[in-house]
Ligand binder design. Structure first.
Ligand code: SAM
Length: 273
């Protein structure tokens, strides 16, 4: 299942302006980023000098509201793209709290030894290759210790049978058809080059390159194998029923399995009317 040559040319990998344009043109993504940051800032209200970590922080879209919270003492972002990090450095240079931006691999690069209050992961898990997803989530569990919460904002594909390539491609198509429909209905004049950028994201998924999205059941299985537990789950898009079975954009709050506190009850919400 291939897109046209012209769609493929709508590149955004390591091109921060194209990435931000694509994201800001997608109501599904902005709803997810905004809700993830809302949960992060809510959790910071009762802390002081908080330490926040953003894994796969990119251009900083996933932490820009968090950085302004008065409780933030330190905010560390890590990403593998020097171009995205340079863009982020420039974007936040006038902020009173400067993000500490580290160039590296979110699975293996050493991080400063803070006691993290919040670990943000917005569109992070689906950028980690399937063979390393478990190592990534195990690292997250270790980083959270007994104290922190993890906030995972993820595009979840409609269910498909693991290993079924055609089913996987159909799930990607269903997901991105809905993404485009949402973007077009919020902006009937959505420029063609923006549509091409959105289609390029889908193409990464078909090609198994740069994007490795999964279904809800695979995600849950990975979390449980990594020793992480969901304490809050909100599906923020689409607003009228899931995309296929269980597909959509979700924000999950996770803690290590063994965390014993008042976070034990699961809050599960769907923002559909
Ligand atoms: C879709 S962007 C998300 C960026 C940001 N969290 C946001 O929500 O806007 C995914 C990011 O993951 C980064 N990335 C991909 N693989 C990575 C890895 N192994 N370690 C760190 N960053 C990685 C990419 O460079 C890209 O910035």
């Amino acid at each position: 299942m291939a897109l046209t040559g012209s769609a493929k040319s709508g590149e955004y990998k390591d091109l921060p302006e194209a990435y931000e344009l694509e994201e800001r043109s997608r109501p599904d993504e902005m709803a997810m980023l905004s809700f993830a940051q809302h949960l992060a800032t809510q959790s910071l209200n009762d802390v002081s000098s908080a330490a926040v970590l953003d894994l796969c922080c990119g251009t900083g879209l996933s932490f820009e509201e968090v950085l302004d919270h008065p409780s933030v003492g330190v905010l560390v972002g890590i990403d593998i793209s020097p171009q995205y990090l340079a863009f982020a450095r420039n974007k936040f240079e006038t902020k009173s709290v400067q993000p500490m931006l580290i160039l590296g691999d979110a699975v293996t690069t050493p991080l400063p030894p803070f006691t993290w209050d919040v670990v943000m992961m917005a569109s992070a898990y689906h950028h980690i290759e399937d063979s390393r997803k478990l190592a990534f989530l195990r690292r997250v569990r270790a980083l959270l210790g007994t104290h922190g919460i993890g906030i995972i904002a993820e595009n979840i594909l409609p269910e498909y049978s693991p290993g079924d390539r055609d089913g996987y491609a159909r799930s990607i198509k269903t997901f991105y058809d809905a993404v485009l429909e949402t973007a077009r209905s919020s902006n009937p004049y959505l420029p063609r080059h923006v549509e091409m950028l959105i289609q390029r994201v889908a193409q990464y998924g078909y090609d198994g390159e740069y994007e490795y999205k999964v279904s809800y059941s695979i995600f849950l299985d990975d979390l449980s194998r990594a020793g992480l537990r969901i304490v809050q789950e909100v599906r923020v898009w689409p607003l009228s029923g899931p995309v296929g079975a269980d597909g959509g954009n979700y924000v999950f709050v996770v803690v290590p399995d063994q965390a014993e506190d008042d976070r034990v009850h699961l809050i599960k919400k769907d923002l559909s009317p």
